[in-house]
Design a protein around this ligand. Structure first.
Ligand code: AMP
Ligand code: MG
Length: 411
């Protein structure tokens, strides 16, 4: 087997290969803004309007003409301007206007004086502070100019983006169609969650994990259920998945056991780009191509499946989805509180808990047993402790690299 003669790919090499061979989807659809959450802009968005759309007051106070100021006599209040109810009458020389925040600036106004600097008296108002020309006036187009690009193509639309578009009066948006991802678990031992278990059976965790992650990433999920460790059944599932999806994700069956058919069938129906990586957990991960769809084979152990999805499938999906706004998670340095076991050879993604300390900086400790079947230690973690391939055991007090994560909230 090639794995024994050539060194396994590193995570970075694997990512480079995957991202190097796939092209983003380019099919576009037009959606109402209200239906566009989680979708990706297909074109740059240009503002159809100025924001703000007119000069308006930044304060509750008084609109004034500078020429009228400087005397000691009170100035008469000639009218009022509210947000949504502009003042459109005349205001005689020597008078001022009461104005509220957001109200259009009446013609002739030189400045707005905030009401905290005004002294209302019986026959008008006196001002208590110096006035600068233009003060407290928000000008048309200050925030966004009509015709300016407010968003590039490839931006995922969420709570930061959609309200901005709404404020510009945009009610329809061109987006890239959703990525279709077919998913199935393999294993004779697997039962759907909630089903009773006979001897030797376990619940299918991975399909649940992966479906959640796919939903977070805005994919259209085609859930093909559990497929038995049977070459014929797997062939049929692969064929079906390939017809319906852009990407097929399986879990299990990519190790070297006697019931591990996934890789063999992929070789028969498509081609393998790589199999096995120098990472722990997640070594048996496979990537390849079927007749129509891309293929990712996740290892069966639940932590391996989650880690390889996070580290490899997530960036692939982001690229296929046309997003340009996504970056690899930041890696930080933290001081290790208790020793870690590590054998040189593969890059480790151990599960840890990190936190800030009052003196500044970060501390991290392992969440406990690190076996690839121990989902509880993944579940308690808020970061990966990333240990380089060559690294051996790590002593308490040493500095290590961590990669914070937010479990299934991936983007
Ligand atoms: P495999 O990669 O098929 O050899 O599976 C490796 C280990 O992961 C075995 O202990 C399987 O029972 C377990 N496993 C496989 N698939 C799943 C799954 N979907 N959910 C939970 N455990 C699984
Ligand atoms: Mg299996």
């Amino acid at each position: 087997m090639a794995a024994f003669s050539t060194p396994l790919l590193t995570l970075d090499q694997a990512l480079e290969r995957m991202l190097g061979v796939v092209d983003p989807l380019d099919e576009i659809e037009t959606l109402a803004l209200t239906d566009a959450a989680g979708r990706v802009t297909a074109r740059p968005v240009v503002s159809p309007v100025n924001v703000p759309p007119f000069d308006n007051s930044a304060m509750d106070g008084y609109a004034v003409r500078l020429a009228d100021l400087g005397g000691s006599a009170p100035l008469q209040v000639a009218g009022k301007a509210f947000a949504g109810v502009p003042f459109s009458g005349d205001w005689p020389d020597g008078s001022v206007l009461r104005i509220m925040t957001g109200a259009p600036i009446p013609a002739g106004t030189d400045a707005v004086i905030m009401q905290e600097q005004a002294n209302p008296v019986a026959d008008g108002v006196c001002f208590t502070a110096a006035v600068k020309p233009g003060q407290n006036i928000r000008h048309i187009g200050d925030d966004i100019r009509q015709g300016a690009e407010v968003m590039p193509a490839g931006r995922a639309l969420g709570v930061a983006e959609l309200p901005l578009l709404a404020s510009l009066g945009i009610d329809k948006i061109q987006v890239i169609r959703r990525l279709k991802v077919a998913l199935f678990s393999t294993g004779d031992e697997l039962q759907p969650i909630g089903a009773p278990l006979a001897a030797g059976q376990i619940h299918d965790t991975n399909r649940f994990t992966v479906r959640l992650m796919l939903q977070q990433l805005g994919c259209e999920v085609i859930d093909l259920g559990i497929i038995a460790d049977d070459a014929q059944a797997l062939r049929a599932a692969f064929h079906d998945a390939d017809q319906r999806a852009d990407l097929v994700i399986t879990s299990g069956g990519v190790s070297v056991g006697e019931a591990d058919y996934t890789k063999a069938i992929l070789e028969e129906l498509g081609s393998i780009n790589f199999w096995q990586l120098a990472i722990k957990p997640g070594k048996p991960f496979a990537f390849g191509q079927l007749e129509h769809a891309w293929f990712c084979g996740l290892p069966g152990n639940p932590v391996s499946a989650a880690v390889t999805f996070y580290q490899l499938v997530q960036p692939l999906i982001v690229r296929l989805s046309g997003r340009v706004d996504w970056h690899l998670a930041p890696r930080l340095r933290a001081r290790l509180l208790a020793p870690l076991k590590k054998t040189p050879g593969r890059m480790d993604f151990q599960r840890g808990i990190f936190y800030g300390i009052p003196e500044g900086g970060l501390e991290v400790r392992s969440t406990g047993p690190q076996g690839s079947h121990v989902f509880s230690s993944f579940s308690q973690a808020n970061c990966f402790i990333v240990l380089d391939a060559e690294q051996g055991p790590v002593a308490a007090g040493e500095w290590v690299t961590i990669e914070p994560f937010n479990h299934l909230l991936l983007s």
